[in-house]
Design a binder for this molecule. Structure first.
Ligand code: LMR
Length: 396
């Protein structure tokens, strides 16, 4: 049977990890896969996570199943974190949240559920979007369509074209929006843009599906959740997948959540049962450990404050690097070619290099980035920033 299968190329993002590991150049720089790194190039376990881990082990008395919805404390805390405890939709009891194996698990359960409710529904994704969105969501049966988003010429947003496209979308369609820190381009919607999207969603009747994988790594927790909160206050139904990989540094523990807001409580209850049923049919129930830690951190005022401070440190480091990169490029090139970097958010930006330049950076300078020239800004440090800028200028 397996002789019918064809060999596949390695994943465009994950494949870079292996090539980087094999490279023996002491100056090598990994700007590929989207993980936060500290000044030492390390992806650390957050201090609040270590403390929550110790408390969790001391308190845990059983390894019995938690059930398809996952940890109830985690689910409630995630809902409050994303939407705000006093959000009208939470007060009206219209949101249901289930824990999922990472943001990917949440996206897939959301897509499967949409496909149950509306088989073959069209889901509009930004051009470009995270490469894995297409198989994750499309393989659930949804028809993937694209709307204009990133403007390579200005390294900004095609706002008019995007809103014009939304103005044509059917009521039966869904629109995938990056809640903050757009992956791969780093270009985010501002508050006025979100307001305009919300107005069009009401006018056209389409359903927003938000991917919130980098909450807290853009401008701040409140700022980064503006779009999710605004849409939840404006439209009748909404789907939101969130991840704790980056903001809690829990990548390999696979912690995510799927929140669905329904038009009323009876529908929310039905949706909740369906979400669990979808999960049961794919992986039965999510792993407990990471969600238990996040639930504990968010529920404990001291741990929560420490998490906030650590997250702020990560965010400040990324935004500081963005400003520094622009300055260093200005000084070397005497041009504003890279001035866009500090205006973008989160860990990703496109450098605007072609494939050959990206390839040369890899083969001659051991600098690894995705072929699209997407860099993970957090991979830069005081040790490598000059080498990085010089190398990029050399291939321009
Ligand atoms: C990325 O875009 O690099 C991250 O979201 C990691 C991944 O799984 O692709």
């Amino acid at each position: 049977m397996f002789e019918t299968l064809k060999a596949l190329n390695s994943d465009p993002i994950l494949g870079l990890m292996a090539s980087y590991r094999e490279d023996t150049n002491p100056h090598k720089i990994d700007l590929g896969v989207g993980v936060y790194k500290d000044e030492a190039g390390h992806t650390p376990i957050m201090e609040c996570v270590k403390r929550a881990d110790a408390l969790h082990h001391a308190a845990e008395t059983s390894k019995t199943y938690v059930g398809p919805p996952g940890d109830p404390e985690f689910n409630q805390q995630m809902q409050n974190l994303i939407f705000g405890t006093d959000h009208a939709a939470i007060k009206a009891n219209r949101i249901r949240t289930v824990q999922a194996p990472g943001g990917c698990g949440a996206l897939r359960v959301g897509a499967e559920l949409i496909n149950r409710a509306r088989p073959g529904a069209a889901l509009w994704v930004s051009d470009p979007t995270w490469a894995n969105h297409v198989p994750l969501l499309g393989d659930a049966g949804l028809e993937i369509k694209t709307y204009p988003y990133y403007d390579a010429a200005s390294q900004g947003l095609k706002i008019d074209a995007m809103l014009a496209a939304f103005g044509q979308i059917n009521a039966r369609d869904l629109v995938l929006l990056h809640g903050c820190c757009h992956n791969p381009c780093g270009v985010d919607l501002n508050e006025q843009h979100w307001d305009a999207v919300a107005a069009l969603a009401v006018q056209r009747g389409f359903t927003p599906f938000i991917d919130l994988a980098y909450l807290g790594l853009g401008l701040g927790l409140k700022e980064d959740s503006y779009g999710a909160r605004k849409l939840a206050a404006t439209v009748p139904e909404l789907v939101l997948a969130s991840s704790c990989s980056k903001n809690f540094g829990l990548y390999r523990e696979r912690v995510g959540a799927l929140s669905i807001m329904s038009a009323n409580v009876p529908e929310a209850d039905i949706v909740y049962g369906q979400m669990q049923n979808v999960a049961r049919g794919i992986y039965s129930m999510p792993p407990n450990y990471g969600g238990a830690l996040v639930g504990r951190i968010l529920a404990d005022p001291v741990l929560r404050k420490d998490w906030d401070a650590e997250l702020t440190g990560m965010r400040d480091r990324i935004n500081g690097l963005r400003a520094e990169l622009a300055k260093k490029f200005q000084a070397r090139l005497h041009s504003n070619r890279f001035d866009f970097i500090p205006h973008q958010r989160g860990i990703f930006s496109f450098l605007g290099l072609n494939k050959d330049q990206v390839q040369t950076l890899k083969s001659q300078y051991s600098i690894y980035m995705v072929d699209s020239s997407r860099i993970n800004v957090a991979g830069i440090s005081q040790q490598n920033i000059d080498y990085f800028c010089e190398s990029v200028c050399a291939v321009l």
